[in-house]
Design a protein around this ligand. Structure first.
Ligand code: C2E
Ligand code: MG
Ligand code: MG
Length: 269
């Protein structure tokens, strides 16, 4: 079904902006895949990415995502939208593919994008089948100028060992630490430690899953660089995201949008 979905162009990307927590300016957007299933409606990646990883289709799906995200970025730049970073989730399986860095280079060239626009988030959904190749790919991609983030940091397979062996640019703190930040002092302590660790290693930090003003303020006070979450906006379809980016550019602040995964977004006058 996944193979057919790819052929029938049933996949679609939604985009979730993330903000600089100091300036509250949009710092970039993250591309998140959905499957517009003909009978089951809109399906979310947790329902099908694991199957794509197990079946090997993740390489073809990942290539489609990369192409689509870069084409969208290029279109937005051409329209004068002030956007500096596109984050794309890349499975550890894709990082085990020796063609990954060549593919990324080709896709960037095809879309006339410089590598500095692209940020690849290593998802922690599974263990890479070829860890050595993953390191080689990461080094080659950083050499190109592409930035690398460790997604869901602090959870799953993301370990301190990774920080010893691979060079990355950014840590993305998993939302489990953010969701009850204000009621659970242990979370604040862990986030403070992650930020300190990142500073020592010269990395930037983004927190995902910010759902309210309190969590946002707390993260700011802890020195977190960037933030993402329903407090700012859920993931939006391309048109709604374009509107969000235009409005943000013209100084209109987006209201918290907790209507999770709906493509609607409401703005404060
Ligand atoms: P992720 O990269 O950590 O993406 C963040 C997920 O959290 C997204 O779910 C997003 O919609 C959701 N989210 C955002 N803000 C909030 C919030 O404030 N609160 C809560 N509770 N959730 C929030 P989504 O889109 O269902 O994606 C799930 C995961 O699927 C992603 O986690 C990523 O690991 C994977 N994924 C998404 N797109 C791709 C892709 O193109 N390729 C690969 N390999 N994996 C993908
Ligand atoms: Mg991600
Ligand atoms: Mg994440």
């Amino acid at each position: 079904m996944l193979r057919e979905a790819l052929a029938r162009q049933e996949f679609v990307l939604h985009y979730q902006p993330y903000l600089d927590l100091t300036t509250h300016q949009v710092a970039g957007v993250e591309a998140l895949i959905r499957w517009q299933h003909p009978s089951h409606g809109l399906l979310y990646p947790d329902d099908f990415i694991p199957h794509a990883e197990r079946s090997g289709l993740i390489d073809s799906i990942g290539e489609w995502v990369l192409n689509q995200a870069c084409a969208q970025m290029s279109e937005w730049i051409a329209l004068g939208i002030d956007i500096t970073s596109m984050s794309v989730n890349v499975s550890p399986c894709q990082f085990s593919n020796c063609f990954l860095s060549a593919l990324v280079k080709t896709v960037l060239q095809k879309n006339g994008l410089s590598a500095g626009y692209l940020d690849l988030e290593i998802t922690e959904s599974t263990v890479p089948s070829d860890e050595k190749m993953m390191y080689t790919n990461i080094a080659a991609l950083r050499q190109l100028g592409v930035r690398i983030s460790i997604d869901d940091f602090g959870k799953g397979y993301s370990s301190l060992e990774r920080l010893r062996t691979i060079q990355v640019d950014r840590l993305k703190i998993d939302r489990v630490f953010v969701s009850d930040l204000n009621s659970n002092p242990l979370n604040a302590c862990l986030i403070r430690s992650i930020i300190h660790l990142a500073r020592q290693l010269g990395l930037s930090v983004i927190a995902e899953g910010i759902e309210d003003a309190e969590a946002c303020a707390r993260l700011q006070s802890l020195g977190c660089d960037q933030g993402q979450g329903f407090y700012f906006t859920a993931a939006l379809d391309a048109d709604a995201c374009e509107k969000y980016l235009r409005d943000a550019q013209h100084g209109q602040r987006a209201d918290p949008c907790r209507a999770a995964q709906s493509s609607q977004v409401y703005y404060r006058a």
